[in-house]
Design a protein around this ligand. Structure first.
Ligand code: XMP
Length: 318
């Protein structure tokens, strides 16, 4: 019968035979799938696995440095590439959701291709594709592989996509991936992370994106997500985040009227992201988080909670 331990043993053996002394490139996203795939490959081929972790400037607060440190702590041969400016420059003035997604996909491919060229004689591209991705073709959980797949029809094929593909998690469901990670002693906090979309905060900032809007949303999101952790609610939620709305509304502060941003908090229960229900978070939690956001994040004077289920409301607002 299937056990995580036996899966690790047989997969590592198979990867050793298949890959020999070849060099392999893998794009880490910070998510569960790419991280577990990396760990399996690391066990099999060690330093011949070249991981690339791209900061698109649209990650959560401190995510790039924190996750990069975690990867280094796991012994992975990982290169962190801060391409924030390149992404934000390319996004400037763009407000159409699909155009934003396409821009991020295109820049990701350019950045990743540049980095892949730095690894001489690479023979393989590893991906954290899991079984639901195989049957759906577009990943609901995001990550570089999903971004690449949905954009590979734009222009010619970049060189890294001409490499042979190795996908050690192809036959696994998400819960099995988590169990495989646990059997390799990976950090439970990493394995239990909520899904996060490849385009990141870009699809949670409605309309055009600026560095200042990203900064505001990172602060709001951090208060919300850390609050969920502190209150022991994080694991009861499938995915959570904050949306920065393109409306200003009136508020008061002391004797002054303010005219500032509104944010929407969203937390959903789901199994695969295809359908979702909003989570009945405790009122006193929402009260605390709302107060913290409004008191601590300059430029925000109103917080609302999204009580829409999917369908028809999608999880992301764009
Ligand atoms: P929606 O908003 O469609 O989201 O209900 C369902 C799940 O998919 C994620 N999502 C994305 N992931 N690229 C991704 O990698 C995207 O463009 C994208 N759009 C949505 C979303 O976070 C949720 O988990």
């Amino acid at each position: 019968s299937w056990t995580p331990d036996s899966f690790v043993d047989t997969t590592v053996d198979q990867l050793k035979k298949k890959l020999g002394d070849d060099k392999v490139i893998l794009g880490l996203s910070g998510g569960v799938d790419s991280s577990v795939a990396a760990m399996l490959l690391h066990k099999a081929i060690g330093e011949n696995l070249h991981c690339i972790f791209v900061n698109n400037g649209l990650l959560r607060k401190n995510e790039f440095t924190d996750v990069l440190k975690q990867y280094e702590g796991m012994g992975l041969n990982v290169k962190g590439v801060d391409a924030s400016k390149r992404f934000l420059d390319a996004l400037a003035g763009k407000s159409d959701p699909e155009e934003k997604r396409k821009t991020i996909g295109r820049v990701f491919i350019e950045v990743f291709d540049d980095e892949a060229h730095q690894v001489e004689n690479a023979k393989w591209l590893a991906q954290g594709t899991i079984y639901p991705d195989v049957i759906e073709s577009v990943s609901a959980t995001g990550g570089p592989s999903a971004t690449i797949k949905s954009h590979h029809n734009v222009g010619g094929l970049p060189d890294f996509m001409k490499l042979q593909v190795v996908e050690p998690l192809r036959m696994l469901f998400k819960d099995e991936v988590r169990r495989v990670g646990a059997s390799m002693d990976m950090n439970p906090a990493l394995l239990g992370r909520h899904p996060f979309p490849g385009p990141g905060l870009a699809i949670r900032i409605l309309g055009d994106i600026t560095a200042e809007k990203v900064r505001i949303l990172q602060e709001v999101d951090a208060i919300f997500i850390n609050g969920l952790r502190d209150w022991g609610l994080y694991d009861q939620v499938w995915q959570a985040g904050a949306m920065l709305l393109p409306v200003d509304s009136v508020g008061v502060m002391g004797d002054e009227r303010t005219y500032e941003k509104c944010v929407a908090l969203r937390a959903v229960e789901s199994t695969d992201g295809m359908t979702a229900d909003w989570v009945n978070l405790p009122y006193n939690f929402l009260q605390k988080v709302s107060n913290d956001i409004i008191n601590k994040v300059k430029g925000v004077n109103r917080v609302v909670y999204d009580i829409s289920s999917k369908p028809p409301a999608t999880i992301e607002w764009e």
